[in-house]
Design a protein around this ligand. Structure first.
Ligand SMILES: Nc1nc2c(c(=O)[nH]1)N(C=O)[C@@H](CNc1ccc(C(=O)N[C@@H](CCC(=O)O)C(=O)O)cc1)CN2
Ligand SMILES: Nc1ncnc2c1ncn2[C@@H]1O[C@H](COP(=O)(O)OP(=O)(O)OP(=O)(O)O)[C@@H](O)[C@H]1O
Length: 209
């Protein structure tokens, strides 16, 4: 496992991004299926009515099987959408099966903005977050844009607000021993990888299994 303290944040990001990009298509497919098995029957997924996930980029683990299953079970599925202004803002917008998407400035597909389909993050039940690196206590390293941290900043002001449940999705090889916690970092309740669950700042999640 990588010892995160010995590396700068950019160096750590570079190493971990290289790792996930190095996975072969067969390894990616296998990891996506293993992730699906970890989550599809879990009560936290089964109970969620409004859930946000992402379209994979740069070797991220692919939640497409969960996406399809969520739609099959009649859940509402949301994707991140970068706001035109301010450019640091990220919104969550509901998507339909087969809806045409466009590419944002990072070349990641996203829905065309439609205000009536957007939902405030604190009203979602479950948020599945992409990540570059994670640790076993809820630490998350993202792509460096601060988009998720900004969208979730209300959590730091309202620590008792429960929604949504924050689950990081990862390849097992993205785990590091300990990520330094920045003042704006919003800890994850847990991270789920193709090899299992890592409870973060909600040790009581066990009680919900
Ligand atoms: N799948 C997925 N969707 C997501 C995110 C994510 O991490 N994963 N985001 C989570 O925040 C937002 C996009 N954030 C991003 C931040 C930086 C880069 C990135 O690749 N930066 C390049 C430079 C690209 C450029 O400027 O043209 C780089 O660092 O190499 C990509 C996405 C919204 N959608
Ligand atoms: N709540 C916030 N308000 C204002 N700026 C923020 C907030 N959260 C993060 N930022 C800024 O965003 C920048 C990137 O943060 P960080 O490196 O933690 O991003 P990240 O978690 O890797 O990215 P992402 O959340 O997009 O995946 C930091 O310079 C930080 O100042």
């Amino acid at each position: 496992m990588i010892h995160a303290e010995q590396l700068s944040r950019p160096a750590l990001r570079r190493q971990l991004r290289e790792r996930r990009r190095a996975l072969t298509p067969a390894e990616q497919r296998q990891a996506a299926r293993a992730l699906y098995r970890q989550l599809a029957q879990h009560p936290l997924f089964r109970r969620a009515r409004h859930l946000a996930l992402y379209l994979p980029n740069d070797g991220e683990i692919d939640p497409a099987l969960l996406h399809r299953e969520a739609l099959r079970r009649g859940k509402r599925v949301y994707l991140p959408l970068l706001a035109r202004w301010p450019r640091t803002r990220m919104l969550f917008q509901r998507v339909d099966n087969g809806e045409t998407l466009r590419r944002n400035r990072f070349r990641i597909a996203e829905p065309r903005p439609q205000a009536h389909r957007q939902r405030k993050p604190w009203t979602l039940d479950l948020l599945l977050l992409p990540l570059v690196g994670f640790d076993a206590r809820g630490g998350r390293l993202g792509m460096g844009g601060g988009f998720y941290d900004r969208a979730l900043a209300y959590r730091l002001r309202h620590p008792n607000w429960q929604k949504p449940l924050l689950l990081g999705l990862a390849h097992a090889c993205q785990q590091v021993d300990r990520l330094p916690l920045e003042s704006w970092d919003v800890p994850l309740h847990a991270t789920v990888s193709d090899r299992g669950w890592f409870r973060g700042c909600r040790p009581d999640l066990d009680g919900q299994a």
